[in-house]
Design a protein around this ligand. Structure first.
Ligand code: ASP
Length: 589
């Protein structure tokens, strides 16, 4: 062993002991005579002292060492002189007087500072990820990630679940994204798909009788790039047999509640978690993943608008739409430019415009004052509970556009006005999602969750008459404005599954080719089952107050899906392509 103790464990009680430490030079201070080095390993930092009088040879090593050198030092633990203790450091009561030291390896000057949490260019961090990971913040992120996963494993084990691995080389599972494909060498022209999730396998495990399955599962989705998206991510994938929606929600809620109480007891969380239907979420917050850390709910004023002469409002209502508003406290004095920016934000969500009413010190100011009587304006103000100093903003359009536009405004203004308690974990459930979404481009229905989701029994009759109105037995777990998990009760009946596939425009032949194994499995005694899959990266990121899931992954890709450290993706040898029966088409001119 290179060390007898870690750099994180020595206290005043160890005074007088001889110890050997090994780690990296975190910081070095040369006082002309004495040299002080903060020696760092994964467990902490210990101050070691080199004295030219008592240990000249070791002192020479201390003077040669530079930041990030790998050092081994043997010495005697001593209590620090009174007044020189460092309460911020676990080992701050002591220092080690080095008698013997050696440099185990030298280090080039790192491209960024390791011993401070400074802002560093992201691509530099990703190129030298192994140095970035040395930094305290990243260490804490990965340690918490480990604890979260370990907690999940232990908790689920104690609740009768078993962890089962499912293949990475498999067949496409539709989760709404593009597949990553792996060409087969032995079967020319054929491909494996990397799993978008273990969805089909976990259902087949239910058919196989495993009843309570989980897996810390890697999912690969070739989705359109976005700054905060990763081509591969990790889910706590779970599935249970002989359960109804209520059972899955209760179990997952208990798991996450216990987890937060244990690993993040300082965070506030409402229990039991609030629940709302998809329709309620859209109506109240304009989003199916509402940030429940603050109110700022949307208010329906359609009934007031119905008796107004304002054409914009009237027309929206006549077309079957609605008029709703949101109150922005303390924003009455917004400038013309600021107001325009808010209206523009609403327009990015397809709203044709937005009407503002400001309760300024000198009275009511509305962007539609020409079209509304003072009494009408007053009625809107009262409905929204407007106080002096408030700004109110209204959108008249279809339900979907009103929700999207006001939801975006709520989100933006919630952040701008810092309405969310940063300590809160606002976990909650959104249930009763629609079963299908209309794909206007392809002119067909898509599964809103995935094609294995069961419709609500009471909506079954609507499958033939009005698919858009069918609600699914599906549910999302939300937290602080993120969708943390989706799940559903599944179909376990062959006929119903075939019918849903048909509704999704998957004809009998493609059903047989792509999902024949599922359909057949349902003929061999498939139990009722359901589950869900909380995203681990996002959850750990929220716990660590990180905005980007990249910060809680050891080796993430950048926003162009590249690994800057390994240089992936990269080209491969011509021989490899040949073996895989592939040819690269020349780039189009
Ligand atoms: N496979 C689903 C997903 O990845 C989760 C589930 O339905 O259990 O979102």
């Amino acid at each position: 062993m290179y060390k007898s103790k870690t750099c994180g464990e020595l206290t005043a009680q160890d005074a007088g002991k001889t110890v050997t430490l090994a780690g990296w030079v975190h910081r070095r201070r040369d006082h002309g005579g004495l040299i002080f080095i903060d020696l760092r390993d994964r467990f902490g930092v210990t101050q070691i002292v080199f004295n030219p009088q008592t240990a000249p040879a070791a002192h020479r090593v201390g003077s040669d060492a530079r930041n990030e050198y790998v050092l081994q030092a043997t010495g005697v633990v001593a209590k620090r002189p009174a007044g020189q203790e460092n309460p911020a450091l676990a080992t701050g009561e002591i220092e080690v007087y080095v008698t013997d030291a050696q440099i185990l390896n030298a280090a080039k000057a790192p491209p960024f500072v390791i011993n401070k949490n400074e802002d560093v260019d992201d691509s530099l961090r990703l190129t030298y990820r192994y140095l970035d990971l040395r930094r305290e913040r990243m260490q804490q992120n990965l340690i918490l990630r480990h604890k979260v996963i370990k907690f999940m494993r232990d908790w689920l084990d104690a609740h009768g679940f078993i962890e089962i691995e499912t293949p990475i080389l498999t067949k496409s599972t539709p989760e709404g994204a593009r597949d990553y494909l792996v060409p087969s060498r032995v079967h020319p022209g054929e491909f494996y798909a990397l799993p978008q999730s273990p969805q089909q396998f976990k259902q087949l495990l239910m058919v196989a009788g495993y009843e309570r399955y989980f897996q810390i599962a890697r999912c690969m989705r070739d989705e359109d790039l976005r700054a905060d998206r990763q081509p591969e991510f990790t889910q706590l994938d779970l599935e249970m047999a002989f359960v109804e929606q209520e059972d899955v929600l209760n179990l997952v809620e208990a798991l996450f509640t216990d987890l937060v109480h244990t690993l993040a007891p300082e965070r506030t969380m409402q229990t039991p978690w609030p629940r709302m239907t998809y329709d309620q979420a859209l109506a109240r917050y304009g989003s199916d993943k509402p940030d429940l850390r603050f109110g700022m709910e949307l208010t329906d004023v359609s009934d007031l608008a119905a008796s107004s002469e304002f054409a914009v409002f009237k027309n929206a209502l006549r077309a079957g739409g609605q008029v709703k508003g949101v109150r922005l406290p303390g924003c009455a004095e917004y400038s013309r430019r600021e107001l325009d920016a808010l209206v523009d934000l609403a327009k990015t969500k397809a709203a044709k415009g937005a009407v503002t009413i400001a309760l300024k010190a000198d009275g009511v100011h509305s962007s539609a004052s020409k079209h509304m009587t003072p009494q009408e304006q007053q009625a809107y103000v009262e409905r929204l509970g407007g106080q002096s100093g408030d700004l109110m903003i209204f959108v008249a359009d279809s339900h979907a556009v009103v929700a999207a536009a006001l939801g975006a405004l709520r989100k933006e203004m919630g952040a701008r006005l810092k309405l969310a308690d940063p300590n809160a974990l606002a976990l909650g459930w959104v249930i009763d999602f629609p079963m299908f979404e209309w794909n206007a481009e392809e002119k067909r229905w898509d599964a809103a969750h995935h094609p294995f989701t069961s419709p609500k029994p009471e909506d079954m009759a609507l499958l033939d008459t009005d698919p858009g109105a069918v609600r699914a037995n599906s549910y999302d777990m939300v937290c602080n404005g993120y969708e943390l998990a989706s799940g559903s009760i599944r179909i376990h009946n062959r006929e119903l599954q075939a019918k849903i596939f048909s509704l999704l425009n998957i004809d009998a032949e493609r059903q047989r080719l792509r999902f024949g194994h599922m359909l057949e499995a349902f003929e061999f005694g498939a139990p009722p089952h359901g589950g869900m899959a909380p995203g681990i990266d996002r959850f750990v990121a929220i716990l660590r107050n990180e905005d980007n899931i990249r910060e809680v992954m050891a080796f993430p890709k950048n926003q162009w899906a590249q690994d800057l450290m390994m240089h992936a993706p990269s080209d491969v040898d011509a021989d490899q392509l040949k073996l895989l029966h592939l040819e690269i088409a020349p780039p189009k001119p």
